[in-house]
Design a binder for this molecule. Structure first.
Ligand code: PEP
Length: 258
């Protein structure tokens, strides 16, 4: 975390919580993170709960994210949700999560189209990239992530509407987080790659998050790395206490950042 950047802590609730439970969780997050300054708090509930959660967090400063989006504005795509439908309901949208890439077969080109679609609606894309265990063990992680990032940003130019989450696939939901060094080094490489793709550094800087088994206990050393500006949190975001702890730790690191 470098001085001048506002950290983002985003909770990806995935396919968990009924609308009733989602509202309860959102209210608990409001209560337990009230008064914490200098951190952008984001919750990403399932689509069916977005509206209710938005109402539950109204006035708290907490922002809402979508977990996915379709790249087309409308049409015969049964079951899908488009960026215009999310306009006014969410401020962020996760695109290219590894579960979408792996389970639902999303390609880099699909992800690039989604990132463009949300940014066109002034929704900030949280673009996920990350290598598999096999690639990490082969020593090609940085090369693979740089290539994935470039391909997932093909034709993208709305740099103010982008955050990148480095999420090594082997660290997601496994309880086996990357080390802060691994995550910090990759975030540095991502920042360099972004500068070369964008051709300049945007005034506000790029937000780069780490994701993969982040908890209240281990979050600090990640956010303390100069190139990591927050976290994308899965499992721990379903527990308001744990999520609040991540927000609090991040706030105190940001407050003393140089
Ligand atoms: C995620 O799904 O984006 C994630 C980081 O999950 P977890 O925190 O559970 O590893």
């Amino acid at each position: 975390m470098k001085k001048g950047r506002t950290p983002i802590i985003a909770g990806n609730w995935k396919m968990n919580t009924t609308p009733t439970v989602a509202v309860e969780l959102a209210k608990a997050v409001v209560e337990k993170t009230a008064g914490v300054k200098g951190v952008i708090r984001v919750v990403c509930p399932p689509f069916v709960s977005v509206h209710a959660v938005r109402q539950a967090v109204a006035g708290s400063g907490i922002l809402i994210g979508a977990q996915n989006v379709h790249s087309k504005d409308s049409g015969a795509f049964t079951g899908e949700v488009s960026a215009p439908m999310l306009d006014g309901l969410v401020e962020f949208a996760i695109v290219g999560h590894s579960e979408r890439r792996k389970i639902f077969g999303e390609t880099d080109a699909d992800v690039a189209a989604k990132a463009k679609a949300v940014a066109a609606r002034r929704i900030r894309a949280v673009l996920c990239v990350g290598e598999s265990l096999e690639i990490r063990e082969s020593g090609r992680a940085e090369q693979a992530v740089r290539a994935q990032l470039k391909a997932s940003l093909e034709g993208f130019d709305a740099w103010g509407y982008l955050a990148v989450a480095y999420e090594p696939v082997w660290a997601i939901g496994t309880g086996k987080a990357a080390t802060p060094e691994q995550a910090g080094d990759m975030a540095g490489a991502i920042r360099q790659e972004l500068k070369s793709i964008a051709g300049r550094e945007p005034v506000d800087g790029f937000a780069i998050l780490y994701g993969g088994s982040v908890t209240g206990e281990n979050a600090g050393p990640f956010v303390d790395r100069p190139d990591i500006d927050g976290a994308l949190v899965g499992g721990a975001s379903l527990k308001a206490d744990d999520f609040a702890k991540i927000v609090q730790v991040t706030a105190s690191i940001a407050a003393s950042a140089k």
